[in-house]
Design a protein around this ligand. Structure first.
Ligand code: NDP
Length: 333
């Protein structure tokens, strides 16, 4: 517990998500605020300092970042870097005594997730994932249907999380060293999340397939992946993730009806319906809700809606999917 009313957050990596979603959301948060920045691009320092009134002493780069340990105005470090840098900066933040929010995917393999969790436990700091949907009303409604068995047992769950990436072949998401993988590491994590909160269970087995139509563009990273899951309850699940298809949906067929979100994981607005009718919730910035929920977890000891263990669990499934793909499919003559 902290005596502060509002926690200071430092964003690490001032790319598009920090610039267009997180920093604007931090202007509306009640329990935290944008206190500092960490950037490798010196020209961004002045722009951000002017735009958000960030004092000079709260601006860091990747080399002097560890000095953040002695800065009492920064309580939380939010890692918004390319995936392969999540582990290093989450660990350095924990070692500096700061609470950590780590963007999805948590890291590029399970071993790195373990290292982040261990570092945070050792330092006695909180660890949350950037899984914004858990703070959002449509997703919370799905979780309630599942917990209350509103539509009975779930028999089938399907989730698609995909977008079409045509531009900029130089982007880090296509570079395996920086991304750790393609569509699965990026949007696939949302589809994995959907089938889990859409059933309330972790899958127990998977069979997965990878498809490539533009290998000249997706040279190192997966373009499209489908995977089928088995759950202990007898439910079956199916996901599709892609950098070559547009789709964003969660659908569950249940014993006594169905529920659906489409879109299911975009920022706003989400939309949904069930066999009983349309869903209609107020739309608020998911990032605002998410960062306030994490701050409340620290300040008021409310539950951590997306703990590090959840990020690790998803990475276990990512690795199982890649492993299944490596075993290959059966050609149809
Ligand atoms: P961008 O490419 O827009 O920004 C990444 C930033 O990281 C850069 O601007 C740069 O910031 C810094 N960086 C440091 N080293 C490198 C490097 N070698 N190559 C590229 N950038 C580098 O990415 P996004 O903002 O879209 O994504 C960042 C993270 O956030 C990813 O892990 C992604 O999965 C996650 N994300 C999550 C979303 C969500 O809804 N939860 C949505 C979008 C992204 P600087 O110049 O300040 O050093």
């Amino acid at each position: 517990k902290s005596d502060k009313k509002k926690l200071g957050i430092a964003l690490v990596g001032l790319g598009s998500y920090s610039t267009y979603q997180l920093a604007p959301a931090l202007q509306d948060t009640q329990h935290c605020y944008l206190a500092g920045i960490v950037t490798g691009t010196s020209s961004k320092e002045k722009v951000w300092a002017n735009r958000y009134g960030i004092p000079k002493e709260n601006i860091y780069n990747y080399s002097n970042f560890d000095e953040i340990a002695s800065n009492d105005t920064i309580d939380v470090v939010y890692v918004v870097l390319p995936n392969s840098m999540h582990a290093e900066f989450s660990i350095r933040a924990a070692q500096a005594g700061k609470h950590v929010i780590c963007e999805k995917p948590m890291a590029i393999n399970v071993a790195e997730c373990d290292e982040i969790i261990t570092a945070c436990n050792r330092a006695g700091v909180k660890l949350g994932m950037g899984y914004r949907l858990h703070s959002e009303q449509y997703t919370q409604a799905i979780k309630e249907y599942v917990a209350n068995k509103t539509f009975g047992a779930i028999n089938y769950i399907s989730a698609d999380a995909a977008y079409r990436s045509m531009s900029n072949p130089g982007q880090w998401r296509l570079n395996k060293k920086l991304s750790g993988g393609g569509a699965l590491m990026n949007m696939g994590v949302y589809a994995i999340q959907s089938v889990i909160y859409g059933t309330g269970e972790n899958p127990i087995s998977v069979s997965a397939q990878e498809f490539s139509t533009r290998p000249e563009y997706f040279k190192e990273t997966d373009e499209t992946i489908t995977a089928q899951f088995e759950f202990q309850s007898g439910a079956v699940g199916s996901i599709m993730t892609s950098h070559n298809v547009r789709a964003n949906r969660l659908f569950a067929s249940c014993q006594r009806g169905w529920f659906e979100l489409d879109p299911a994981s975009t920022y706003i607005p989400l939309a949904g319906r069930t066999s009983r009718g349309e869903l209609n919730f107020t739309q608020e910035s998911q990032q605002k809700l998410q960062m306030d929920d994490f701050a409340k977890h620290i300040l008021l000891e409310t539950p951590n809606l997306a703990p590090g263990e959840m990020g690790r669990r998803d990475m276990v499934i990512v690795e199982a999917i890649y492993e299944s793909i490596s075993k290959g499919g059966q050609k149809i003559p």
